[in-house]
Design a protein around this ligand. Structure first.
Ligand SMILES: [Fe+2]
Length: 386
C-alpha cells in the first residue's frame, strides 16, 4: 500500500505541567511582546492567568485579545490581528479550544500580511500568505478535541458566504498540557473528545488512509475508548485526562493525508445550519456513517469496534459488523451523555431539508464508498431516530 502522510511541521511539547514553560519557550523563539488570544470562558476558568504569569515571569510583555467566538468568524481574526499590529507584537500565543487556536493562527497570518483574511483561504489556490516575515505562534489547547496543535491550518467562518474556510498556518510550538483540561465541564469534555474520535476513525476509514496514519488513528481510538467515560464521570481523573489529550493530538496528526470523510463532511454543513458546536455536529452521524461504510471496508470497521472494547462475532457479515459499530458508539454516547440531533433540530423533515446544502458543500472525496444524496438522507434519518 502506498499513499501520502503529510508529516506535521508543528513541534509539540507534551506532558502534565508543561504549560509552565510557555514563557521560556517564547524567549527561546526570541519574543519580547506577544499577542495572547483566548475567550472569556477560558479566562474565567483561571487558565489564561496561569499562562500569562508564565509569560510575564519570563520578562515578556503581553497584549490580550479575549474576543474569540465559537466557529471563529472572519472579523474576529481581523480584530485580533489589528490589536497585535497596533501594539507591534513579535509573536502570538493562542490559549483555549479549537476556536481560540484557529483565531490565533489567522491572527498570525494577518500580523504580516494585509487583511482581509479571506484573501488567504486555501480554496483560493493562487494566493498564499507570505511566510517570510511571519511572527512565531505558540498554541496551547485547553480541550482534548480538535488537535489543532497538530494541523497546519486554521478553520474560519466566512460570514459573507456562511461557510467554513481553511487558512494555511503552521505553528511554531504546541504546548499540550493535560493538566489544563482537568475540571473541564463534562459537556465540553464529551463533545470535544467526540470530535477527536471522529478524526481518528475517519482517518482510519478514509480512502486515503496509510500505514503511518493507521498507527496514529488506532492508538487514538483505543485511548478514547479507554478514557472518555472515565473523564466524563470524573473531570479530575488526571490519568483519563492525559489519555484523552494524547488521543486528541494523535488524532489530529492521523488526518494529515487521509483527511476526514462522511461524519465531518455532513457535520460541517449541519453545524452551520443548525448552530451546533463543531464536535457535536461532526460526531452526530458517526454511528450511522460507520454502518454505511461497513459493506466496503468490513475489516476496518470491525477493527474500530475492537479498539473500542467490543467484539464483533467471528466471520460476521458486513451488515452485522456495521450494526456492531453503530451500536457500540451509540452505547458510548449514552454513557457519556452525548447530545441528540433532536436537541438541535425540531423535526426529521427539517434535518432532511439540509441534504441539498450538504451535497453542494462537500465532495466526499475521502469516503471509501460513493455517497449520494439518498445515502446522506438515510444516515441523517437514522441518526435522528437513534
Ligand atoms: Fe473536527
Amino acid at each position: 500500500m502506498t499513499s501520502t502522510f503529510l508529516a506535521s511541521r508543528n513541534p509539540i511539547l507534551f506532558g502534565p505541567g508543561v504549560s509552565a514553560r510557555t514563557g521560556a519557550e517564547l524567549r527561546a523563539l526570541g519574543c519580547k511582546k506577544v499577542l495572547v488570544v483566548f475567550d472569556k470562558g477560558v479566562k474565567a476558568a483561571g487558565i489564561v492567568d496561569r499562562i500569562l504569569n508564565s509569560i510575564r515571569e519570563a520578562g515578556i510583555e503581553t497584549v490580550c485579545y479575549d474576543g474569540v467566538l465559537p466557529d471563529p468568524p472572519d472579523y474576529t481574526i481581523e480584530e485580533a490581528a489589528a490589536i497585535g499590529r497596533e501594539a507591534n507584537v513579535d509573536g502570538v500565543v493562542a490559549v483555549g479550544g479549537g476556536s481560540s487556536l484557529d483565531t490565533g493562527k489567522g491572527a498570525k497570518v494577518l500580523l504580516t500580511n494585509p487583511p482581509p483574511i479571506s484573501r488567504y483561504y486555501l480554496a483560493h489556490e493562487d494566493i498564499r500568505p507570505d511566510t517570510g516575515e511571519m511572527k512565531p505562534i505558540i498554541v496551547i489547547p485547553t480541550t482534548a478535541g480538535t488537535g489543532s496543535e497538530a494541523t497546519p491550518g486554521g478553520v474560519i467562518t466566512d460570514t459573507k458566504n456562511n461557510c467554513k474556510q481553511n487558512v494555511p498556518c503552521a505553528t511554531d510550538l504546541g504546548i499540550v498540557d493535560p493538566e489544563l483540561t482537568v475540571g473541564l465541564p463534562a459537556a465540553v469534555t464529551v463533545t470535544t473528545a467526540a470530535d477527536a474520535l471522529c478524526h481518528a476513525i475517519e482517518a482510519f476509514t478514509s480512502a486515503e488512509h496509510n500505514a503511518i496514519s493507521d498507527v496514529l488513528a488506532e492508538k487514538a481510538i483505543e485511548l478514547i475508548g479507554a478514557n472518555l467515560t472515565r473523564a466524563a464521570e470524573n473531570g479530575a481523573d488526571a490519568e483519563a485526562r492525559e489519555g484523552l489529550q494524547l488521543a486528541a493530538t494523535l488524532a489530529g496528526l492521523s488526518i494529515m493525508g487521509p483527511f476526514c470523510n462522511v461524519p465531518h463532511e455532513i457535520g460541517l454543513t449541519l453545524g452551520m445550519i443548525f448552530h451546533m458546536p463543531h464536535g457535536t455536529a461532526c460526531a452526530m452521524t458517526l454511528p450511522e456513517a460507520l454502518h454505511f461504510l461497513a459493506p466496503v471496508i468490513p475489516d476496518r470497521i470491525a477493527r474500530v469496534v475492537r479498539l473500542l472494547g467490543a467484539t464483533p462475532p467471528e466471520d460476521a457479515p458486513a451488515e452485522m459488523i456495521g450494526a456492531a459499530a453503530r451500536d457500540r458508539i451509540a452505547a458510548l454516547y449514552r454513557d457519556i451523555g452525548f447530545p441528540k440531533l433532536s436537541d438541535f433540530v425540531k423535526s426529521k423533515e427539517e434535518v432532511l431539508a439540509a441534504v441539498p446544502a450538504i451535497m453542494e458543500a462537500m465532495p466526499f472525496h475521502f469516503s471509501p464508498r460513493p455517497v449520494t444524496a439518498a445515502d446522506v438522507s438515510d444516515i441523517l434519518a437514522a441518526a435522528y431516530d437513534r
